[in-house]
Write a protein that binds this ligand. Structure first.
Ligand code: NOJ
Length: 553
């Protein structure tokens, strides 16, 4: 498709902000909306056209905002509705749109709907959540395990019933079968459209439809059966989502991206594109490439580059004709990509540039997670108490139950905790990396003295400078926006290479994923290098983690 026929969000770059960790302007230790407004020019310089904000609604913060207690207000910790309107207006002046996170599978247990629903079995919201009687022996209705560990059911004294929660017990699942619930959720989304938002990221959407019959599954780990296996992508889910699209998305110049773990490639056209419900889907195959089938801590980390290339290429192919692909390597749920995709001792600056080159030259809309453009890295705290991430705590307990030692469990937590991505943004080398004058809600990564925006602004060789260069290059070359994708050197375990072609003009990206020099095939030597992460490139080989773009006929 010609670049001119694409929509605005297909031609831009999206930046994900975790507001709690971006910039604190009050000294509270928690980031806020005015802090985001203060950095809009920084984002503009990166070529960003939209900002996805993880939830900023009132929340008890059990899951850092993914437990919402009011869908149409701003959490006072982040500021006021006026601050939000100001952020939208200031962003607009710079050609940037604000994208909201819709968390509609569940609310907080402090939401007024749930407070009402739990009172008794006859109140006006009695059927707004998923309530079931205990089994005859008093145990939960099924043996399902929630995603953060433990039973997916919690007992409620008042109703003498259990309620279902896919995630933490403070995140009760909403009952989408009830039309009043669906309408209330659509109304909330429309409220934000009226405020001028540019799109939505839709959280955990594959869990909204529950099976007609609730049955025990074959126990796996701790005698329980994962909710994911019990009801992710249950038949009938798309009927709900078509209604959602009709009532909210249609007729607006917005985009939608659903978080959809495990939608199968053959089903993709029902989810995205002309006949689908969303514009894009975040799927997980590439970011979970390092997990053995089954539970994450059994990971041998023996994944191969060819595996990564295969799954990414499948996604590129699946969205080549219909739908569109959101390219991402980081978000607030994942480790830092330089730790996730490269060997332990890898040079992190080079590795960050290498992956950034793939991110910004593939086909689709690139999503940059805050700090990724600086080459931010994982932290490694020494005890579980230091971790905030609720999922790390659940996983840690499960690992101990399974017989892992504390040190093995901690190694896993350090490697995969979501806190790795959530440490405060590193703006400069002053106190708390310039994030806050107060005590940050989560410790700053100790490397902030050398990895920070201010220092990287001044260094033409920095990760930030490389991201800016790539972003401009992408914007200037429509082949990189809409050109066809073709995987090259498919069998190489060392080089990730692909071409992007449009109307006879081609760019080739070639990235060395290893810490050794790797020879290039002879036919690469007569192609013209147009961008290179190393200053003294040799046409015959790639240096460790070198990333290069060629233009070719
Ligand atoms: C996915 C979100 O990205 C994650 O942060 C959250 O914990 C769960 N959904 C539950 O809302």
């Amino acid at each position: 498709m010609a670049a001119e026929n694409l929509k605005w969000w297909q031609k831009t770059i999206i930046y994900q902000i975790y507001p709690k960790s971006f910039q604190d302007t009050t000294g509270s230790g928690t980031g806020d909306l005015n802090g985001i407004t203060d950095h809009l020019d920084y984002l503009k310089k990166l070529g960003v056209g939209a900002i996805w904000l993880t939830p900023i609604y009132p929340s008890p913060q059990v899951d850092n905002g993914y437990d919402i207690s009011d869908y149409t207000a701003i959490d006072p910790a982040y500021g006021t509705m006026k601050d939000f309107e100001n952020l939208v207006a200031e962003s607009k002046k710079r050609g940037i749109k604000i994208v909201m996170d819709l968390v509609y599978n569940h609310s907080s247990d402090k939401h007024k709907w749930f407070l009402e629903s739990k009172k008794n079995r006859t109140n006006s919201k009695a059927d707004w959540y998923i309530w079931r009687d205990a089994k005859s022996d008093g145990t939960p209705p099924t043996n399902w395990r929630g995603i953060f560990g433990g039973s997916a059911w919690t007992w409620c004294e008042e109703r003498q019933q259990y309620y279902l929660h896919t995630f933490a017990k403070e995140q009760p699942d909403l009952n989408w079968e009830n039309p009043e619930v669906r309408q209330a959720l659509y109304d909330a989304a429309n409220f934000w459209l009226d405020k001028g938002v540019g799109g939505f990221r839709i959280d955990a959407i594959v869990y909204i439809k529950k099976p007609a019959e609730f049955k025990d599954g074959k126990p796996d780990l701790d005698g329980l059966f994962s909710v994911h296996d019990a009801y992710a992508n249950t038949n009938g889910i798309l009927d709900f989502l078509h209604e959602f699209k009709e009532k909210v998305f249609v007729g607006h110049e917005i985009f939608t991206v659903g978080e959809a773990n495990s939608v199968k490639p053959e089903d993709l056209n029902k989810w995205v594109g002309n006949d689908g419900v969303f514009d894009m889907l975040f799927e997980f195959s590439h970011v979970n490439i390092m997990f053995a089938k089954g539970e994450a801590w059994h990971y041998p980390e023996n994944w191969k580059l060819t595996d990564l290339k295969r799954v990414l290429t499948e996604s590129q192919k699946a969205t080549a004709q219909n739908g569109w692909y959101p390219i991402y390597f980081e978000n607030h749920d994942k480790p830092r990509s330089v730790n996730n995709f490269f060997e332990e001792g890898a040079d992190k600056v080079k590795a960050a540039k290498a992956l950034g080159t793939i991110l910004l030259t593939m086909r689709g809309t690139p999503f940059i997670f805050e700090g990724q453009e600086l080459g931010c890295t994982n932290v490694a705290w020494d005890s579980i108490e230091k971790y905030n991430d609720i999922s790390s705590h659940g996983q840690y307990q499960l690992m101990l139950q399974e017989g892992l030692t504390v040190s093995q469990a901690m190694k896993f937590v350090q490697r995969f905790s979501r806190d790795n991505a959530r440490t405060p943004m590193q703006w400069n080398n002053k106190k708390n990396a310039g994030f806050s004058t107060g005590a940050p809600w989560l410790p700053v990564n100790e490397n902030y003295k050398t990895v920070n925006a201010e220092i990287e602004e001044k260094n033409a060789d920095s990760v930030l400078a490389w991201y800016r260069k790539l972003s401009k290059f992408r914007a200037d070359n429509k082949e990189l926006i809409s050109g066809d994708y073709e995987l090259l050197l498919a069998d190489s375990e060392e080089i990730f290479a692909f071409s992007r072609s449009l109307n006879g003009k081609t760019f080739i990206t070639a990235v060395n994923f290893t810490s050794q020099n790797v020879n290039l095939p002879p036919d690469f030597s007569n192609k013209k290098i147009v961008l290179d992460s190393e200053s003294d490139a040799d046409k015959n080989f790639l240096k460790p983690f070198e990333a290069r773009i060629y233009s070719a006929k």
